[in-house]
Design a binder for this molecule. Structure first.
Ligand code: SAM
Length: 246
């Protein structure tokens, strides 16, 4: 509708683009949305664009979070270890981490119930309203769907089950990249307790849920766990949080 109105008002494409931009800015301001400026380099990063073509799915993780995983993984070539994704769903985070590492000699380990979320606990309730956004079984995807989505890789190992039941499968491994995206307190803290000592120095732990108001338990788990550690918890404006292992 907006496009048609602007087309009538301005036949000049350059002027129209400027008018679109001002309209989008005004809408964002009115509704308290954020927008990205079109001159941001990462949006047109050639490697990222090529990866996006291979993963055209719109649902799930936003592009800025995908880019952060992809680009961080790309820069960890010199650090030894496998990668792990705890909370996989359709597989977007796994796709962009594995693409960024681009090293099939490392195994990418995927942990998920493939039965959705576990039962939320008191930590997952909003501190004021005492209500949680989640219930057991939410955001469930079948393992077969995710396996098919990630069939372009030959280095994926699936560990279906409730966190932390399948962690012993990788007890003897070292990790360069651990991604935690399970939305809730208990599986987030269980993941941190297991993986922290297994991350190589210079490797990273990224929590997807840290800055989302729907996931207060994940934030609490990160803050509690890192309170007595030497590492800094970096809070990224995408909502993610990252720790670089010392
Ligand atoms: C937000 S989704 C993950 C999104 C995914 N990282 C992406 O890139 O789209 C959360 C996932 O965590 C899984 N999950 C939540 N709690 C779990 C638990 N306690 N044990 C195992 N998996 C769990 C759910 O099945 C779901 O697939």
């Amino acid at each position: 509708m907006l496009a048609n109105t602007l087309k009538k008002l301005s036949p000049n494409p350059k002027a129209r683009r400027k008018a679109y931009w001002h309209s989008v800015k005004a809408i964002c301001k009115k509704y308290n949305f954020e927008y990205y400026k079109p001159n941001l380099i990462w949006i047109n990063d050639a490697d990222f664009k090529a990866a996006q073509k291979e993963w055209p799915r719109e649902f799930g993780m936003s592009n800025d979070r995908r880019f952060f995983l992809f680009n961080t993984a790309k820069r960890l070539h010199n650090i030894p270890g496998d990668s792990a994704d705890v909370g996989v769903r359709f597989g977007s985070s796994s796709f962009f981490i594995n693409k960024g590492l681009n090293d099939s000699s490392r195994t990418h380990h995927l942990f998920d119930s493939f039965e959705g979320l576990s039962e939320p606990t008191a930590e997952d309730h909003d501190k004021k309203s005492k209500v949680t956004a989640w219930k057991k079984g939410d955001i469930c995807v079948e393992e077969a769907v995710t396996r098919k989505n990630l069939s372009m890789f030959n280095n994926c190992e699936f560990h279906k089950g409730w966190v932390p039941d399948r962690f012993p499968d990788v007890a003897n491994k070292k990790f360069v990249f651990v991604h935690i995206d399970v939305d809730l307190y208990q599986p987030t803290i269980d993941s941190l307790k297991f993986f922290y000592d297994r991350v190589s120095p210079g490797g990273v732990i990224i929590c997807d849920d840290y800055g989302f108001s729907s996931c207060p338990g994940a934030k609490q788990a990160m803050e509690e766990f890192f309170a007595d550690k030497n590492e800094t918890l970096f809070y990224i404006p995408t909502g993610q949080a990252m720790v670089i292992k010392q």
